[in-house]
Every structure is written in C-alpha cells, then in structure tokens.
Design a protein around this ligand. Structure first.
Ligand SMILES: C/C=C(\C)C(=O)SCCNC(=O)CCNC(=O)[C@H](O)C(C)(C)COP(=O)(O)OP(=O)(O)OC[C@H]1O[C@@H](n2cnc3c(N)ncnc32)[C@H](O)[C@@H]1OP(=O)(O)O
Length: 648
C-alpha cells in the first residue's frame, strides 16, 4: 500500500510501504493514485513528495503479478503520465533502490533527489520483459539514446553518482533524502513545470542514429544469443525516436505484452525466485541458511594449469582481492553444504580453482572462469551478515558429485550413444546447436578441457576398461548395459583433450584454445560403425533432442525421488549456474513442466523400449508418480509425489 501524509509548509507525502522491497502491487498502485488525487484536490497542498518506507524507494512491479492477468496492463504507465501532467510539482525522494517500475515512478516525478548509495536501473530485461510503464520512452528523452540503450538492454543497476552524471537524477545527497526532498520541495512551489515533464521533450538527436541501433542489435545478438527481450527492448527504444510520445507508448505496450506472455519471461522470472528459494536451504536436522555457523578459514590455495602464468597477469590484484576476502568467512554448515560455483564454458580462456580449507579440515572448491580479458567475479565477494559469498548455495549430500557428476555422465552418455549411430556427426551438433542443447556440445568441450584421461582413470578403477576388464567382455556391453568405449579408445590413442592438442576436437596446439572439428574423428567413427555393424541412420532432430534431454530430466526426477536434491528448484539452480543451461529456459525441471510430464514419460517409455540396454531411458518411479497426476505445477510436485526420505 501507500500512505498519504499531510506535511507542514503546503506539502503532502506519499510513502510506498510494501515490505520487503516496496514492490508495486495493485494495492500499492491504488494507494499512490489515491494519494495523488487527495493532494490534487487539497488546495492547501502546493507540492508532493514521494518516497518509500524503510529506506527503500521501490524495487519495481511485484514480480509475482506477472503470472496474473493484471500484468498485461498494470496501469502503472498511466499513473506515470498522470504524475508528469500533474499541476503540482512531484519530488521523488529516493533511497535504497529505484528499480524498474520504481525508476518509472521517479521519471514520472518532476524532480529526483537520491541518497548516494541508491541503486537504480531497469533490470526488466533480466526477467524477460521490458520497462513497459513508459521507461523505454522516457529514459531516451532524458539521457539520450546510447546511454538509455545501454541501461535498458543490459539491465545493469547503477549507483546514484553515475545516475546523476547521466542526468537521471537532479541531486545526490549524503544524508536523509526524504528530509532533503521535503526541504527542496519548499523551494520549487511556484516553479513552472513544463520543462520538467520528460514526456514533452524530444529525444536528443545524435548523428548516425541508425548505425547506433544496428550496432546495438548486433551486440545483443552476440551477447545474449537466444534471448528475445534484449532485441525487443531495442525496438521499444527505437519507437521513442520514430514516434511522438503518444504513439511510442502504444508500441511500448504492444512489445511489453508480447514479452510478458512469452515462455522466456516465465522462465526467467521462475529462475529469479528459484535462486532465492534455493538459497534458503535447511536440513532435516534443523540447520538452515539462517543458523549455519561461519567457520574460520585456515588455508587458501589456487589450483590450475596456468596459475603461475595467471598470477603474473593483470588479474593478479583481483585474485588477491578474492583471497584477501576469504578470511571474512564462508558460511556453511558441517559436512552438508557444498557450494557450487558457476562454471560457464562459453569462450573460456582460463579456468582455475580456488581451494579453501576451513579450521575443521573441510575443503571448498571455487571455480573461476576468465572470459577474454575479464575475470568473471565468481569469486568471493564482500561479506554482509546474511550473505558471505556471492554465490548460489545449494544443499546436497556430502559427496556432491552425486548430483553434479551424474548429470554430466548422463548427458555425455546420451550424446555419445546417439553420436555413434547417427549418419553424420554434424547432424548431432547442428541439432544440438539450438541454444538449449548447446550444453550438450559443451560436454565435449568440458571433457577436452578437463582431460579425457581423468574419466579414463576412473573407469579403469571401476574395472570398466583397462587390465581389470575380464577377458571376453564385449566392447560395447558391461553386463546388460550399453557401454561406449569411444572415450577409452581416444585416450589409448593419446587424445587426452586440450592438453594434448586433440581429444573430441583438435586444437591449434597442445594446451591451445582454438578448437575445430577433427576429420580424424569422423573417419574413426565410420570405422567404428563398420567394426561393430552399427547401421548409420538419419536420426531426427526431435529424437536427438528428446533422448538427450529427457534422459537428463529423468535422472533429475530420480535424484528428487531419492531425496538427494532438496527440491526441483535446487536442481534448476545447479543447472543454471553449474552448466550454463540457458536461463530463458528456466532449468531442466522447469523445462519439463513446460513440455508436460506425461509427454516426457511417454517419450522415455518409447525410447527405452527401443534401447532397453540404456538404463537412463527407463522412466524413474518419481516421474511416473507425478505424471499420474497429469501435469501438476512444479511447486506441487513434492507434495503430490510424497516426501522421500531425505539424504541431506
Ligand atoms: C513492466 C515491469 C516493470 C515495470 C517492473 O518493475 S519489473 C520488476 C523490476 N525490478 C526488478 O527486477 C528488481 C528485482 N529485484 C532485485 O533485483 C533484488 O531483489 C533487489 C536488488 C531489489 C534486492 O536484492 P537483495 O537485497 O539481494 O535481496 P533479494 O534479492 O533476496 O530480495 C529480497 C526479497 O524481495 C523480493 N523481491 C525483490 N524484488 C522484487 C520484486 N520486484 N517483486 C517482488 N518481490 C521482489 C525477493 O523475492 C526477496 O523475497 P524473499 O525471498 O525474501 O521472499
């Protein structure tokens, strides 16, 4: 809601109050409108101040509402226009945050005063939507096209200082912005407002406007492949240049509705809440993210192939900073918690691992990824009392490989089994190239990067290959299960991956980073098929995708059913952050809920009938139980399928 208060000196205050972040719900919107009307009709009121309770201006529209019909037209845009047209000056006194719809409320105000620590921006694009309450039309008019495009398409949040330099804020203050805002409002009671109404401005003209747009289109296509929101945001901003305000806002609305109704927006918003829910873990024994103790760090080490080289590089200070920050504490609880750091393998230039030993002898491993010249900050960040590391915390049983490695194995096997059958290896890759499946292509890159000999050693240890393999074991069977000996054969030929300059791919040199398909492998696969009488066939794109993905999803259901993962959201967060699953598909569990559980079950049954020696295709009991309920929403799964005995 929003409170209305009559202040001395002919002022009125509208204060947004909707904990925890003063998000705009229908009640908040109604409260602001009502406050505005009261102020307008009270002839003793000469100016209005708008602020947020508890040190937060507003984090934007309540994301929960995007699954309701209200989201198609919240009415916030009309309110923003009403504020601009208001005959009495409106001053936004901003503290904490003015994000999304919160910034739009500020732009609707005639003046903006913010505390220096305020963060502002339009994060909508990260939720698969656009600043659809006039943001795409007002911001370009205020700060120009290049800066507006940058903020709207990146979704990045900026501090008040930068916002002031860009011209978004009129004043930045070090003390209470509400007090300053009230004081300021008293000085502008009789000022003309026409020049303060952003809607009446024209977008500042810059030479080569078309070239600017073309460049940004190209940039976002490269930077966010597969995502529809960034390009749609650009189109909305383009409307601010092409059309007068009244037409521009109509186009903004159409584009906003298109995005709100897209599957991508639903997936991205799901991911937003899944991350927050997953971070609030608790164990059956009663330990939770709130109560977990902070253990002192006794040792920090950096492991990696190029660490020596790396430490001499310009990244050194960042690595030191990361290490320096470690002693402030890593939150975890006894033996139960493992932290899965993001491991994204697109354009990886360097990968190393930071190893942290705590006072009680437990180890943490953090993966660091260097993309081009930039060290991605998957590093330890500054501590706050509630979140000591800026990473996703996922609750998994001790030996977290159970969750993570199993997924890798499943996805590797799925791809390899198809690989040997398919007529042309290129078909697999081109089918999988559709962005959701790109993670499968990455499996081969990951194996090459990690070293094929690592898995080989493991399989030898398990007696699956090497001297311990009983004589007479068929090459492609282990017991009743289909076995793919190709990685073993690659290793026997000295193809250990990137370090030897060849593996699944060939590289420019040993330890080289430039990879390309190796004709040797295609020839090898043809011979392999001949040797084992594997009839090459055309496998449809759908079959490739379904066999790879549904086996993985099936495994996720098994893990849930066995109480190894805490919730479907935890699995999705692991995939989003651990494997680079495209965020706009939400994660494998969310994806399953969109495909439909009975569809997945039927397909798995079909493929398992055709391939009874691939156990990953045998539908898990948990999936069967859930599918018996039709296609229940993901939130209901654990209630409907019963709570398994937790292994956490
Ligand atoms: C059209 C669309 C328009 C006009 C929009 O405005 S869309 C919304 C645009 N706004 C955003 O995208 C902001 C999203 N929120 C954040 O970036 C962050 O939550 C934050 C910077 C506001 C605060 O970050 P932090 O301090 O780290 O805390 P949490 O992220 O954990 O959030 C705290 C709780 O607040 C809930 N929250 C945050 N923003 C929203 C929101 N816009 N709507 C509803 N709820 C929101 C968040 O889920 C946390 O809730 P709990 O998990 O504690 O229940």
């Amino acid at each position: 809601m929003a409170e209305y208060l009559r202040l001395p000196h002919s002022l009125a205050l509208i204060r947004i109050r909707n904990p925890p972040v003063n998000a705009i719900s229908p009640a908040v919107l109604y409260g602001i409108k009502e406050g505005l009307q009261k102020a307008v009709s009270d002839h003793t009121v000469k100016a209005i101040v708008i602020s947020g309770a508890d040190g937060k201006f507003c984090a934007g529209v309540d994301i929960h509402v995007f699954s309701t019909p209200w989201s198609s037209d919240t009415g916030l845009g009309d309110l923003v226009d009403e504020m601009q047209r208001n005959k009495k000056p409106v001053v936004a006194a901003i503290e904490g945050m003015a994000l999304g719809g919160g910034l739009e409320l500020a732009l609707g105000s005639h003046y903006r005063i913010a505390h220096v620590q305020t963060e502002t921006g339009f994060p909508e694009v990260t939720l698969g939507i656009l600043p659809g309450a006039r943001g795409t039309q007002l911001l370009p008019r205020l700060i120009g096209i290049p800066a507006a495009l940058d903020l709207i398409t990146s979704g990045r949040c900026i501090l008040a200082g930068e916002a002031f330099k860009l011209g978004i804020l009129d004043k930045v203050v070090n003390s209470d912005p509400l007090e300053k805002g009230i004081k300021f409002a008293r000085t502008i009671l009789d000022q003309p407002l026409e020049c303060r109404r952003i809607m009446n401005k024209t977008v500042p003209n810059v030479p080569n406007m078309d070239a600017i747009f073309s460049e940004v289109f190209a940039k976002v296509r490269k930077q966010y492949p597969g995502y529809i929101a960034p390009e749609t945001c650009i189109r909305a901003v383009q409307a601010s240049v092409k059309h007068p305000y009244e037409v521009g806002i109509k186009e903004e609305k159409e584009l906003a509705v298109y995005l709100v109704e897209s599957g991508q927006a639903r997936a991205l918003q799901y991911a937003f809440f899944a991350e927050r829910n997953a971070n609030k873990w608790s164990t059956p024994s009663g330990v939770s993210w709130k109560t977990a103790s902070v253990r002192p760090i006794s040792l920090v080490g950096v492991l990696g192939k190029h660490v020596g080289e790396f430490l001499d590089s310009p990244h050194l200070h960042m690595v030191r900073a990361a290490i320096y920050l470690v002693p402030s504490g890593v939150k975890f609880c006894g033996k139960h918690i493992a932290v899965l750091a993001p491991l994204i393998l697109i354009q990886v230039h360097e990968l190393f691992i930071l190893c942290v030993r705590t006072g009680d002898g437990n180890f943490f491993f953090f993966f660091f990824v260097v993309l081009g010249p930039e060290l991605r900050t998957y590093t330890l960040s500054h501590s706050t009392s509630s979140q000591l590391i800026e990473m996703e915390n996922i609750l998994v049983p001790r030996g977290w490989g159970e969750v993570v490695s199993t997924f890798l194995t499943i996805s590797n096997n799925g791809t390899m089994n198809i690989h040997v059958q398919v007529l042309c290896r290129h078909t697999v890759f081109s089918s999988l190239r559709d962005s959701i499946y790109v993670i499968y292509i990455r499996n081969f890159r990951v194996s090459d990067l990690a070293g094929l000999d690592v898995g080989w050693k493991g399989r030898k240890g398990q007696g699956l290959t090497g001297p311990a393999l009983p004589p007479g074991t068929p090459a492609r069977k282990r017991g009743n299960i289909r076995y793919c000996p190709i990685p073993d054969i690659l290793c026997e030929s000295g193809r250990f991956g990137q370090k030897t300059g060849k593996g699944w791919y060939q590289y420019d040199k040993p330890l080289g980073r430039i990879h390309k398909p190796d004709p040797w492998l295609s020839k090898f696969l043809s011979q392999y098929r001949e040797t084992y009488h594997i009839e090459p066939r055309v496998i449809s794109q759908d079959e490739i995708l379904e066999r790879c993905l549904y086996a993985l999803i099936n495994e996720a259901f098994r893990i849930l059913g066995e109480g190894i993962a805490a919730s479907p959201e935890h699995i999705d967060v692991i995939y989003l952050h651990g494997y680079g699953w495209p965020r706009y598909r939400g994660g494998p569990m969310f994806y399953a809920s969109t495909v439909g559980l009975s569809t997945i079950l039927e397909k798995l049954q079909k493929y398992y009938r055709q391939n009874p020696d691939i156990p990953q295709l045998e539908p898990s009991n948990y999936l069967k139980k859930l599918a018996a309920h039709g296609n229940p929403p993901l939130k209901e799964w654990q209630r409907l399928a019963g709570t398994p005995s937790s292994k956490l």
